[in-house]
Design a protein around this ligand. Structure first.
Ligand code: NOJ
Ligand code: CA
Length: 698
């Protein structure tokens, strides 16, 4: 009796207010509660709880925890249903369809107001903290954000160790309870190792429950705020947001009105649905560039792989190859970015109708770029004496080939900002429409991280200034994108994950790598993965090296379709393409901008099959990839136009192909295909297939 009385009393004291909201199709239910003045939420998907009661909390430097002792002052909801057209994209039209719920809370003593906005989509939910303009909160500093994601079990997870300076790792696959950064090989790449905790991972974090629900924790529209990592409480399968601080221990300087990025939870019981969701893009603001005519897809080649395989160098003296940076050894070779070599690549690009040529190592500074942590390594304007910039630029123009500028900052963002206008003006003078930026090394200003607020603002600053100059940006070693290319479509691609380059000078990317990236890194935006390496084994260049690409040649072709990007490199050497000219034809043909994309088969870590229709025209391209296991894929073609017959060119692994023992064994055949057709594709271990479909004139 006494016990019962006590419980009733506690319930009366603990006023619990709760409200439920549903996704447009009713599959997702979100419950928001206010318990003892604190905000909690939980989520179910098709009647199953997927996020348990999880708390939302923000701590500021002066005001302390601003999300306790709250009262809810209003709650409103509305339906958003709109169509929009990305400038470049996987579809020509995207539907933004969700229920938006806005809840206003006020802290009793301080009077501080915070709004939490939730959005419920058919394949996930999102929410963000908003701090309206108010006298009680003006300039304020975020000391901590404690957003919880409490899961219901020990799910399978694909994780990267939290590292505030790099995402260039391969994924670990295991249970939540297996997460432990002490158990992974941190020397397997160039990762900078600003690892905040043994038990923390990066977002996006892809998971799968034992009953087949795909669940992904990520964020969208990261602007003026640091990147979200997640610390894990393994005993409770719970994650909490973990943000990098600046040197003063502050996570973000904000001024009201302000808002945080959206925290997102994607949910699906079919992995393909998760890839088709567009939630991250929909949470970003519409395009802010008025005239976008100059923003075009870019297919390019470059003076690049030859440095990575050690045939030439970025520096003038020819003594620092990629091996010397990444493997600490000096190889005497030759400078890559010479006038003569640039003209050779321009000729190659013209002959094979590529849009552009990237040239790295053209400017002075590379003697010092790595490991010295120098403030002002590069000026971004002075070519080496053997690089005749005016001559190369006019040669490129005469051939109708564009040049891609390279701005490696070696982590010195402040130096880059100082030189930015001079650097962009030089590009304008010589008609470079695109820049590849890079942030290898520790960040200057010192004490900042690649993923901190200062650097997030820097990357945006560069993209916005580039838009003024009508320049498209491809950034490497920047923080991973979160859909900002909707707002700034000149942010054409980024690296921000472990690219193909790792296969050239390290133990490389395991065969499953490219089957995981679409479920993680690519959710936020296009990646400059640099596919198309045909010469798979690096001992061709240096017999002492056992490095190799961990795919078959056919899979390298498939990556042009499975890894969406409007910027794609044909990364290998011209001579390798001349040698495999028949396979090279696929890279020449493949489109980069799409009317529609259909994810036909997908399982993170295992396989992916995608069909895409070019934006202007009637051709389709299909890419199919597998992990280290061979696989048979049954392809149907119901998506094709029923009136048409297509000539399909099928680039596939030969029966004896294997990524390790026989990676270059491929076959090419042509057959006719209609909507009624079906096709069995055999993918080798680490293999893939690429298909181009062209309507016959009938
Ligand atoms: C790392 C980049 O990812 C790579 O593409 C580039 O060649 C080197 N840095 C040098 O800037
Ligand atoms: Ca890189």
């Amino acid at each position: 009796m006494k016990y019962l009385f006590a419980t009733v009393l506690i319930m009366m004291m603990n006023s619990v207010f709760s409200s439920d909201f549903y996704s447009p199709n009713g599959n997702i239910k979100l419950t928001v509660t206010l318990e003892e003045g604190q905000i909690y939420y939980f989520v179910s998907f098709k009647q199953k709880i997927v996020i348990k009661n999880s708390r939302l909390q923000i701590e500021t430097e002066k005001e302390g925890q601003i999300l306790n002792d709250l009262v809810e002052t209003s709650s409103t909801s509305k339906t958003i249903d709109e169509l929009w057209n990305p400038i470049l994209g996987e579809q020509s039209e995207i539907r933004n369809h969700c229920i938006e719920v806005m809840k206003v809370f006020e802290q009793k003593n301080s009077g501080i107001k915070t709004i939490i906005t939730f959005r419920l989509y058919n394949h996930g939910i999102a929410f963000r903290y908003e701090f309206p303009l108010q006298k009680n909160l003006n300039y304020f500093n975020i000391k901590n954000e404690q957003t919880e994601f409490r899961l219901t079990g020990n799910h399978k997870a694909f994780w990267l160790p939290a590292d505030f300076d790099s995402q260039e790792y391969s994924y670990s696959e295991g249970r939540i309870s297996d997460i432990d950064n002490n158990t992974i090989d941190l020397n397997n790449g160039i990762a900078l190792k600003s690892i905040p905790s043994r038990f923390a991972v990066q977002s996006p974090l892809m998971m799968k429950t034992d009953d087949g629900i795909y669940l992904n924790i990520f964020e969208a529209a990261v602007d003026n705020y640091p990147v979200m990592h997640l610390s894990v409480d393994k005993a409770n399968f719970a994650f909490t947001s973990l943000l990098p601080s600046n040197p003063l221990g502050i996570k973000a300087y904000l001024q009201t009105p302000a808002k945080t990025p959206w925290r997102t939870i994607l949910l699906a019981d079919n992995a393909a649905n998760l890839l088709e969701s567009n939630i991250i893009l929909n949470l970003n603001e519409p395009c802010k560039i008025e005239n976008t005519d100059w923003i075009k897809p870019v297919k390019y080649v470059g003076i690049w792989w030859e440095m990575h395989v050690g045939l030439s160098t970025w520096d003038y003296k020819g003594s620092k190859s990629a091996h010397s940076f990444y493997q600490e050894e000096t190889v005497q070779t030759k400078h890559g970015a010479t006038t003569e070599n640039a003209m050779r690549y321009i000729d190659f690009a013209e002959k094979h109708q590529f849009d552009a040529v990237l040239i790295e190592g053209w400017n002075i500074g590379w003697e010092d770029w790595f490991g010295n942590w120098k403030e002002d390594v590069f000026d971004f304007t002075t070519p080496y004496p053997d690089f005749d910039l005016p001559k190369i630029a006019s040669y490129a123009q005469s051939k109708g080939v564009k040049l891609i500028m390279h701005h490696e900052t070696s982590g010195s963002a402040s130096n880059y900002e100082r030189h930015l206008d001079r650097a962009f003006n030089l590009m304008k003078e010589y008609q470079y429409p695109a820049v590849k930026t890079g942030y290898v090394g520790k960040i200057i200003p010192r004490g900042e991280y690649h993923d901190g607020q200062t650097m997030v603002n820097h990357y945006h600053h560069i993209v916005k200034r580039a838009a003024e100059y009508q320049i498209v940006v491809n950034s490497h070693e920047s923080s991973r994108p979160t859909g900002m290319h909707r707002t700034w479509p000149n942010y054409i691609a980024a690296e921000a994950a472990r690219g193909n380059e790792f296969n050239g000078w390290s133990i490389g990317n395991p065969p499953a790598h490219e089957t995981i990236l679409p479920f993680t890194r690519l959710l936020g935006g296009p990646m400059d993965y640099t596919p198309g390496i045909f010469e798979i084994k690096m001992n061709v260049y240096d017999s002492s090296k056992s490095f190799q690409v961990h795919t078959t040649l056919a899979k390298q072709l498939a990556l042009y379709v499975t890894m969406y990007s409007p910027l794609q490199m044909a990364a290998d050497l011209p001579e390798n393409y001349e040698r495999y000219a028949d396979a090279f034809q696929f890279i020449k043909d493949v489109a980069l901008d799409w009317q529609k994309s259909i994810y036909l088969h997908a399982e993170p870590g295992d396989y992916l099959v995608v069909a895409r229709k070019e934006k202007i025209g009637e051709r389709w391209f299909i890419g199919a990839i597998t992990d280290e296991n061979d696989r048979e894929i049954n392809l149907g073609f119901s998506f094709l136009d029923k009136e048409k017959t297509y000539e399909a060119t099928i680039y596939s692994d030969s029966p004896e192909a294997h990524w390790q023992t026989n990676p270059k064994a491929y076959t090419i055949r042509k057959i006719n295909i209609t909507q009624q057709s079906s096709l069995k594709l055999q993918l080798a271990p680490g293999g893939g297939a690429a298909i181009s479909l062209k309507p016959l004139n009938n």
